[in-house]
Design a protein around this ligand. Structure first.
Ligand SMILES: Nc1ncnc2c1ncn2[C@@H]1O[C@H](COP(=O)(O)OP(=O)(O)OP(=O)(O)O)[C@@H](O)[C@H]1O
Ligand SMILES: [Mg+2]
Length: 232
């Protein structure tokens, strides 16, 4: 796969029309169907463990929405290991955590990207208390404000099996896309992650089986991972 090394994860942009880019478009379409006409504005991208491709999926899903002429915000709520900012900009920036402690204003912190319609809010300074910040009233208020400014907000997050962060943000989201990397995570761990998110009222919009050599295969594998009674 040909990739721009300075922006290694922007697969959909680097290869528009490629099968990988097409698979994110398909994910976008599946999200539309699984939301059954309900407005889905805030989409959390989650997975059970580290390195499954949450950030890659969030970036490419956001690009895919921007290519559909939507006004999109890619929000890095992985305050523990921020990576969205680095994927787009060379220098480190202030971000979400700085806004939440009132050290920065959203309008000064949200960055335009070189992709039309796509804006990024990096994670910002790594705080000592990520879960507390994400669960704060300030976070709730910020999301409400951002929902008025953007058509879609795609949110990156830490691994759900290690931290409460994904559940905290999942509860504030309209839906969750669950990423599972083939060979990296057990079916049981995916099932537990899904149940944990559903427990806080999050709506699972779909699942992505991330196969790094073949791109992504989405949603239809859901039965296998416990959506359809196959979980034993
Ligand atoms: N579909 C894909 N095709 C090619 N490479 C991929 C794909 N998905 C992920 N990768 C690569 O796998 C690595 C891990 O992906 P990524 O950083 O997106 O995962 P993550 O779940 O966000 O990880 P972390 O837990 O560290 O935040 C990265 O080097 C990324 O470039
Ligand atoms: Mg990540």
């Amino acid at each position: 796969m040909s990739r721009d090394n300075s922006k290694p994860r922007q697969i959909a942009k680097a290869n528009p029309g490629s099968s990988v880019s097409e698979s994110y478009k398909k994910l976008r379409t599946n999200i539309r169907f699984s939301s059954m006409g309900q407005a889905v504005k805030v989409i959390l991208v989650s997975s059970a463990v580290t390195g499954e491709g949450r950030t890659t999926t969030a970036i490419n899903l956001a690009i895919s929405y921007a290519q559909e002429n939507k006004n999109v915000l890619l929000l890095d709520a992985d305050l523990r290991r921020p990576s969205v900012g680095q994927a787009f900009f060379r220098s480190s920036r202030t971000g979400l955590s700085d806004i939440l402690i009132r050290q920065s204003m959203p309008q000064d912190t949200i960055q335009q990207t070189d992709i039309a319609g796509l804006f990024v809010l990096p994670a910002g300074t790594v705080p000592p208390n990520p879960s507390e910040l994400l669960g704060s009233e300030a976070m709730r208020e910020l999301l409400e404000e951002l929902k008025e400014q953007f058509d879609v907000i795609v949110v990156d997050s830490p691994p759900a099996s290690s931290f409460a962060d994904a559940q905290i943000v999942g509860a504030m989201s309209d839906g969750v896309v669950l990423v599972a990397r083939s060979g990296k995570v057990t079916k049981e761990a995916v099932r537990r992650t899904r149940l944990g998110l559903e427990h806080v009222g999050a709506h699972i919009l779909g699942a992505v089986l991330n196969n790094t050599s073949r791109g992504i295969v989405e949603s239809n594998y859901a039965n296998y991972y416990g959506y359809g009674g196959d979980h034993t």
